[in-house]
Ligand binder design. Structure first.
Ligand code: DHB
Ligand code: FE
Length: 284
């Protein structure tokens, strides 16, 4: 039986990827941010999973306004880093896990969640920046990755409640896979940021830290927060945070097991226009 060993939560920002790729991580602006991920990189080495189920959002890269799936699971054998305007990032290609992904698609769709099946997709900074933050600059990523894309770009977006319930269905799916795989589930994006309009540059430390507190200790209550609160309090792109609830809903305490252990918590403002938040929770 496969099992979920841990969940990881982290913001993504394209400028973080550029700082890594251009060798700027020790510059004064970036050093404090990357210092916060040093324990995480060590933790990844000490707790290498067999598969990462990576919840992220595509930024009109693989999808566009032509076609916008609310939830899309990657079932491909591999995914290339996307060209987002400056050429593809110089990072390894992402190896998928078609067998587990197909099993999760079967199970989750039969649990009444509508997933789009994606057999070909380039992956943008939403997926590659979290991998870089957690794994550094390896020749190859440490394990296969199942990309799971959520629409938080074009309204209407899914509610936190639905994301949390979906996480529960994903846990059931993973635990019913007949191979002894250690799976990590990552929730990415956020925290507070707004890239456009009159409130561009908005950061809300109080909201972000309350979100982190509640995601750790009372995720069911956090799941009840309506999407409009994220937009009002955390900015138009702060809605990316609902993706963290998918990962949190897949943790075993939500299904009646023991509470997870908080291995790492980090918060830093700013990275580009964004407040960066990061958690590692281990299942017990
Ligand atoms: C920034 C943050 C994002 O989440 C994103 O997708 C693009 C840009 C930023 O802060 O610059
Ligand atoms: Fe984003």
């Amino acid at each position: 039986m496969a099992k979920i060993t841990a969940s990881v939560y982290t913001s993504h920002v394209p400028a973080i990827g550029a700082a890594i790729d251009l060798g700027k991580t020790q510059e004064p602006y970036w050093q404090p941010l990357f210092a916060g991920y040093e324990p995480s990189k060590q933790w990844m080495k000490d707790n290498k999973p067999d598969v990462i189920f990576l919840v992220f959002n595509d930024h009109a890269t693989a999808f566009s306004l032509d076609m916008i799936p609310t939830f899309a699971i990657g079932t491909a054998a591999e995914y290339q880093p996307a060209d987002e305007g400056w050429g593809p990032r110089p990072v390894p290609k992402v190896i998928g896990h078609p067998e587990l992904a197909a099993h999760i698609a079967q199970s989750v769709i039969q649990q009444d969640f509508d997933l789009t099946i994606v057999n070909k997709m380039d992956v943008d900074h939403g997926l590659t920046v979290p991998l870089s933050l957690m794994c550094g600059q390896p020749e190859a990523w440490p394990c296969p990755v199942i990309p799971f894309a959520v629409n938080v770009v074009q309204y209407p977006v899914p509610s936190g409640r639905r994301c949390f319930e979906l996480g529960k269905a994903i846990r059931k799916a993973i635990e019913s896979f007949d191979q002894p795989l250690k799976v990590q589930i990552w929730g990415t994006g956020g925290m507070s940021h707004q890239l456009q309009g009159a409130r561009a540059g908005l950061i809300n430390k109080d909201f972000d830290n309350q979100f982190l507190d509640r995601l750790i200790a009372d995720p069911a209550a956090q799941a009840d927060q309506p999407h409009i609160d994220y937009v009002r309090e955390a900015g138009s792109e702060g809605i990316e945070l609902v993706m963290w609830l998918i990962a949190r809903g897949a943790m075993s305490d939500v299904a009646g097991g023991p509470a997870p252990t908080l291995k790492h918590r980090f918060y830093h403002v700013p990275a580009s226009n964004t407040a960066v938040g990061h958690l590692i929770l281990e299942n017990n």
